[in-house]
Design a protein around this ligand. Structure first.
Ligand code: EPU
Length: 418
């Protein structure tokens, strides 16, 4: 029988949880290794299925990728320029090799990612950006094929911010001839991390973290050792665990400023928050207050925290509205949460959540990464009863040591089957 996570809820969680490196920073940094021949050393890399998939993709292209926690990637002998369907279909972030392959080798062939459980997720903004830098881009047999002798700097105006699109364009522009200006870029901390790493390698990128990024092309980069930034979504997920279980959790090794929008909503919901330079502590309260939330690009409330926050609201004392503006279908967790006793109604991009006194344990199915995290939180918040979550591979794509970290602060969580 396939592996399941089983949770016996009702235990107020108490203690410290260390945060791992950010998945969404580690993946672009691994892709960036394709820009620089030699040994790139990445520290604080989370041990996740997506990281393993990106490692397999780099190896498929001819790089070596060794280690766990600290990854040593060497792309000196890369000759491949094709990201095949089998790897891209298991992880959309594979699209991140498009920019670097094109920049270093003048050509790239990457399977088109297609839709996924949270929406259609087109890549048109990545492609028109690369075209603006002089690439010839065509779509053939389900693949994107991009070619350019050498990319040439230009102004790229994104019609709306895209995280991996901004990252792809930064990586394409670092080795381009002349200056590239990227306008209306995403401002996520993971983009700043990528720019910092590339600048340490000799790139000339300024403005990362703002809506306008300038890249002065250079002819080559030098490999460095770089430590991946802490995962703000993992941190936020544990803070909510304190809220739903009525416990106190100190999340250590995080960057509190990256969690500002989340902390703000948690405080409004009545959680008691304390923070230091690199830690945040949340304590649950008896009556969770209902708070409206709308997801937005950073520094707004992250879509990657929407499902988890909904669990807190499901246990609130009032009525809240959760609006998802980033992905059109990111509500797959709603029917599962309702099977656990939540009272949530959906209309287009809005979920109306009427708080209930308690959730009840049930067999539920994970549908995507953050939806799975919400089911774990709901399972922890069940006062009395067992929750059994199937399709847990979604969780293993993005949460490093989830079961161990939760067990260490008192959760009754274990795996069966598999
Ligand atoms: N979009 C387009 N055209 C494009 C690119 C994006 O229409 O060319 C749309 C998307 O469909 C979406 C919106 O723009 O509606 C924003 O998407 P974005 O491109 O910013 O998302 P992404 O880069 O594909 C990253 C994260 C996601 C996270 C989003 C939003 C990585 C590897 N993935 O995806 O992370 O939800 O940004 O913050 O960085 C997760 O970790 O669970 C996850 C899904």
């Amino acid at each position: 029988m396939a592996e399941r996570i089983i949770i016996e809820g009702g235990v107020p969680l108490r203690g410290e949880v260390p945060v791992s490196g950010a998945k969404n920073a580690a993946l672009p940094l691994m892709a960036a290794s394709l820009l620089v021949p030699g040994k790139l050393v990445l520290e604080n890399v989370p041990d996740l299925r997506d990281v393993q998939t990106m490692g397999r993709l780099l190896q498929y292209l001819g790089a070596t990728c060794e280690g766990k926690g600290t990854l040593v990637v060497n792309s000196s002998d890369v000759t491949g320029w094709e990201a095949p369907y089998d790897l891209v279909k298991t992880m959309r972030a594979s699209i991140l090799v498009l920019g670097p392959l094109l920049a270093r080798f003048g050509r790239a062939k990457v399977s088109q990612p297609g839709g996924c459980a949270i929406g259609a997720r087109p890549i048109n903004r990545h492609l028109s950006g690369l075209e603006a830098l002089g690439a010839n881009v065509r779509l053939e047999h389900g693949y994107v094929i991009a070619e350019a002798d050498r990319l040439v700097g230009a102004e790229v105006v994104f019609e709306a911010p895209t995280v991996t699109g901004t990252e792809n364009l930064i990586m394409a522009a670092v080795l381009a001839e002349g200056e590239t200006t990227l306008v209306n870029t995403a401002r996520e901390p993971e983009i700043v991390d990528l720019a910092n790493a590339l600048n340490a390698m000799g790139a000339k990128i300024s403005g990362a973290g703002t809506g306008v990024i300038t890249v002065q092309g250079v002819t080559s980069l030098t490999p460095v050792t770089y430590s991946v930034l802490p995962d703000r979504i993992e941190a936020g997920t544990y803070l909510i665990a304190a809220g739903v279980t009525g416990g106190t959790i100190k999340v250590v090794g995080c960057v509190p400023s990256h969690l500002r929008a989340v902390i703000d909503r948690l405080e409004k919901a009545g959680l008691h928050i304390q923070e230091g330079n690199d830690w945040v502590q949340a304590s649950g309260s008896d009556g969770i207050r209902a708070v409206d939330v709308r997801t937005d690009p950073y520094p707004g409330f992250p879509t990657d925290m929407q499902a988890q926050f909904m669990v807190l609201m499901a246990l609130s004392t009032g009525l809240s509205t959760i609006t998802e503006t980033i992905f059109e279908q990111r509500f797959m967790h709603v029917p599962e949460l309702c099977r656990m006793g939540a009272d949530i109604t959906l209309s287009e991009r809005k979920a109306v959540v009427r708080g209930v006194q308690r959730l009840s344990g049930a067999p539920v199915m994970a549908t995507d990464l953050r939806a799975s995290a919400s089911l774990v939180l709901a399972g922890l918040g069940v006062e009395n009863g067992i929750t059994e979550i199937s399709r847990v591979y979604h969780l293993d794509r993005g949460y490093d040591d989830l079961d161990e970290k939760l067990s260490s602060i008192g959760a009754k969580i274990w795996r069966a089957g598999g």
